[in-house]
Design a protein around this ligand. Structure first.
Ligand code: SAH
Length: 570
């Protein structure tokens, strides 16, 4: 017996960023988007007048490795271009009036001669023929596309962009192909121009690491294959971002380090830079960092003290949330030491000639990567450079800013420290949570879900009138929640998971504390993210369901700010 489908509780109108209720303009059911492997298939094109359209279709059939067969129902003069393809033997032309039996005669032997796909390129005067072809295709389960007749199509083509292995497809679900094409162009313009190299490099690295670490990974892949070869990104991210205790790693975890690091690089690094990552970067990170750190600690580097250093808060991500001081430091630096949390929007502001080093802090390597970063900074300072240590959010909120200050000071370089907007305070604002609110919340607590050396932290008391913000907590939420409840936290208190706050892919999941663990499992993780807990979460947005997901954030006048910035930099 069929079970009734479960109703999704995601609030669609908000998720899609619509400002009107969905009932006025109900969206069509979403389509399943596929990357269809057409290699070796036979695609039938039924065409008559629109031969240039037929030619475009035939070209794209050839591009995906299928064989086009053109049936022209009446004697027609073929375009030269089509004639050329026919002469080369890449296009078969069936010079007959179309017959429905062609559908089951012109295909490959191994599928009983049923053609694999049908493209009908006929105009409105052939209404009946188009309908007959469509009906018959649907009966025979042959995917069919009929030009200008969406009701007769079993699939539609996307507006696509391809650059080697990278492919992008856009559909507006029939709302307009011109619009889809425009959206595609805009999306493409935001991609780094070396996106092909990015895919190639990451693919090669994955392959190489998988080969080299095969034995260790075998067990995990067996598990992955049970789930389907390419595990859902969100699930994978969730898994790979689970806590690794650096000082307590099992042998297996150590061997898996490179896979984790690669996964984190893909998650955090500016896209364009992924084309340059090498397997040595992953393998050598630990070795290099330990010896460099030792050298730095032992004072082997040039003792001449000339350069200058500042610890600068970069804010949570959006350009509009960067301070003018931070911007000015970014423009005047010789070397910028950033970390993976500093998002692309901010890194993109760094002038082209400025050297940038992004800390290689990945699970199980944080300590060594920190030492590597410090010794890089010290070497540059000794060489008389202006070094900017760019830190996500505010440098003194869980960013080891104090330690870094003391390190550089002990080596004779007293840093200038510039505050930044901390994610802990920006995230609530960006998710409609007033952290303090009369009669509801009279205090704010910023705390962590991860204690020293990966242990559980001190768990704060539950205070009804407090908004608590937990950083570095989502990856271990399942472990953390029972401890909170044991300490008397109210399971029904409103809560919000805020991820990538102020970035274009910001996501807010509003729920109650008891459902936070389930929500992380259901939606996966999109790091970095934090948890806000307190009755203030229910002041502006009232939760009427188990949870509610709101996607996206547009930087206020993001492009205007960038224009101003580029104007200032001239
Ligand atoms: N100094 C930083 C915090 C560093 S600790 C600040 O003031 O914001 C790193 C943690 O900060 C992450 O694990 C995450 O919990 C949180 N975080 C940083 N940036 C974030 C963002 N844009 N959105 C949500 N959480 C963020």
């Amino acid at each position: 017996m069929r079970r009734p489908l479960k109703k999704k509780t995601v609030n669609c109108s908000k998720r899609l960023g619509l400002s009107y209720p969905l009932s006025i303009l109900p969206p069509k059911m979403a389509k399943l988007l596929l990357a269809d492997n057409c290699q070796g298939q036979i695609h039938l094109v039924v065409g008559l007048e629109h031969l240039s359209l037929c030619f475009a279709r035939i070209k794209s059939i050839l591009e995906v490795g299928a064989t086009p067969v053109l049936v022209s129902p009446q004697k027609t003069t073929l375009l030269n271009s089509l004639q050329d393809l026919r002469t080369q033997g890449t296009l078969e032309v069936v010079d007959q009036t179309f017959n429905i039996s062609h559908l089951t005669q012109l295909g490959r032997d191994e599928v009983d001669n049923v053609v694999d796909k049908v493209f009908v390129v006929l105009d409105s005067q052939y209404g009946q023929l188009k309908k007959d072809i469509s009906d018959q295709c649907k009966k025979l389960r042959i995917p069919v596309s009929v030009v200008d007749s969406p009701e007769l199509c079993s699939f539609t083509l996307l507006s696509t962009y391809a650059n080697a292995d990278f492919q992008l497809g856009v559909t507006t679900n029939g709302k307009g192909c011109k619009l889809a094409s425009r959206i595609k162009r805009e999306l493409v313009s935001t991609l780094p121009s070396n996106i092909d190299k990015v895919c190639e490099n990451i693919g090669n690295l994955r392959h190489r690491i998988q080969q080299e670490d095969k034995d260790q990974l075998q067990e995990i892949y067996n598990r992955l294959q049970l789930l389907g070869e390419d595990e859902d990104d969100a699930v994978q991210t969730f898994r790979l971002n689970q806590l690794v205790e650096e000082f307590n790693m099992t042998k297996e975890q150590k061997k898996l380090q490179r896979t984790r690091w690669l996964s984190q690089l893909v998650e955090y690094y500016p896209l364009g830079k992924l084309a340059e990552v090498s397997v040595d970067d992953l393998s050598a990170a630990y070795r290099e960092s330990s010896s460099k750190a030792e050298n730095a600690q032992n004072g082997i580097l040039n003792p001449a003290k000339k350069g200058s250093i500042s610890l600068v808060g970069a804010g949570p991500g959006a350009v509009s949330l960067l301070t003018l001081g931070a911007l000015s430091e970014i423009y005047s630096a010789d070397l910028i030491l950033a970390d993976k949390l500093v998002p692309t929007q901010v890194l993109d502001l760094i002038p082209r000639g400025t050297e940038v080093f992004i800390a290689r802090k990945f699970p199980g390597n944080a300590e060594a990567a920190q030492q590597e970063l410090l010794s890089k900074g010290l070497a540059a300072l000794d060489a008389g450079k202006k070094v900017i240590r760019l830190k996500q959010g505010d440098p003194y909120i869980f960013g080891r800013g104090g330690e870094e200050y003391l390190f550089f000071k002990s080596h004779g370089y007293k840093p200038l420290v510039l505050p930044g907007i901390t994610s802990a305070l920006a995230a609530p604002v960006l998710s409609q949570i007033p952290a303090t609110h009369r009669d509801v919340a009279d205090q704010v607590l910023i705390c962590t879900g991860t204690g020293r050396r990966g242990a559980l932290p001190n768990i704060p008391e539950f205070v009804k009138s407090r908004t608590s913000v937990f950083l570095m907590a989502l990856h271990r939420i399942v472990e953390l929640l029972p401890v909170l409840f044991e300490k008397g936290w109210d399971p029904k208190v409103p809560a919000a998971i805020v991820e990538r706050a102020s970035c274009p892919d910001q996501r807010v999941i509003r729920t109650t504390l008891e459902n936070v663990g389930l929500a992380v499992q259901e939606f996966g993780s999109r790091p970095p993210g934090l948890l806000v807990v307190g009755y203030s979460c229910g002041i502006i947005e009232k939760l009427e369901k188990k949870w509610e997901v709101v996607e996206g954030w547009d930087d206020i006048g993001g492009s205007t700010i960038l224009d101003t910035v580029s104007h200032l930099s001239k």
